[in-house]
Design a protein around this ligand. Structure first.
Ligand SMILES: Cc1cc2nc3c(=O)[nH]c(=O)nc-3n(C[C@H](O)[C@H](O)[C@H](O)COP(=O)(O)O)c2cc1C
Length: 173
C-alpha cells in the first residue's frame, strides 16, 4: 500500500506542514510506503483546464497521485475552506484520485471553522468517488504549545494514523 501526504500550505512557517511531518514521523517503519508532496516545492501552474495539464510539474504530481492508494491532505483553513493551492492541486490531478481513500489534517485559527473541509470533501466524493475518512484532525491556534506541536496534537495524529492506515488497507485489499 502507498500513501501520499499532500502538504498544501505555501506559508514558510506553516502549522499544517508540522501536522503532516508529525504524521509522516509516526508512520516511520510502517509496512506501507509513505511519500510527502509539499506544494511549496511542487511549483505547480494554476489550472487553466488546458495547457497546464502538460506542465512537467503537473505531470509529476499526477503520477504521485496515481501511484497512491490513499491521500492525506494537510491544509490550512482559509475563508472557511481548504486553501486555494490545494483546490488547484485537485483541479490538476483530481481525475487520478478516483476511488482512492482521503483524509484531512487541518490547521485553523479558530474552532468555529471546524466544518470547513466539508465542501472540499464533498467535491472529492462526488467528482472522484473518493472514500473520505470521517475523522479529521482539526487543530486551532489555541491547541499549540507556543507554536510547537503539543502532546495532545501528537496523540490525535496518532489516532488518525491508525484509523487512516486501517481504512486504506481495507479499501486496498
Ligand atoms: C487568507 C486566510 C484566511 C483564513 N481563514 C480562516 C478561516 O476561515 N477560519 C479559521 O479558523 N482560520 C482562518 N485563517 C487562519 C489559518 O487557518 C491559520 O493561520 C492556519 O494555521 C494556517 O495554516 P498554515 O499555518 O498551515 O498555513 C485564515 C488565514 C488566512 C491567511
Amino acid at each position: 500500500m502507498k500513501i501520499l501526504i499532500v502538504s498544501s500550505s505555501l506559508n514558510p512557517d506553516s502549522k499544517s506542514r508540522l501536522l503532516a511531518q508529525e504524521l509522516e514521523k509516526q508512520w516511520k517503519g510502517a509496512d506501507f510506503e509513505v511519500t510527502m508532496l509539499d506544494l511549496r516545492e511542487a511549483n505547480l501552474p494554476m489550472c487553466d483546464g488546458s495547457a497546464a495539464y502538460g506542465d512537467e510539474n503537473a505531470i509529476r504530481a499526477k503520477a504521485m497521485v496515481e501511484e497512491a492508494d490513499g491521500i492525506v491532505f494537510a491544509s490550512p483553513i482559509y475563508v472557511y475552506n481548504v486553501n486555494a493551492a490545494l483546490k488547484n492541486f485537485v483541479e490538476l490531478t483530481g481525475h487520478s484520485m478516483k476511488d482512492k481513500v482521503a483524509g484531512f489534517l487541518c490547521s485553523a485559527g479558530g474552532k468555529l471553522s471546524y466544518m470547513s473541509p466539508m465542501s472540499f470533501a464533498n467535491s472529492l466524493m462526488l467528482d472522484f468517488r473518493m472514500f473520505v475518512l470521517p475523522r479529521f484532525v482539526y487543530v486551532s491556534a489555541e491547541d499549540w504549545n507556543e507554536d510547537q506541536l503539543s502532546e495532545d496534537i501528537a496523540d490525535r495524529i496518532g489516532e488518525f494514523a491508525t484509523n487512516f492506515a486501517d481504512f486504506a488497507g481495507r479499501m486496498t485489499d
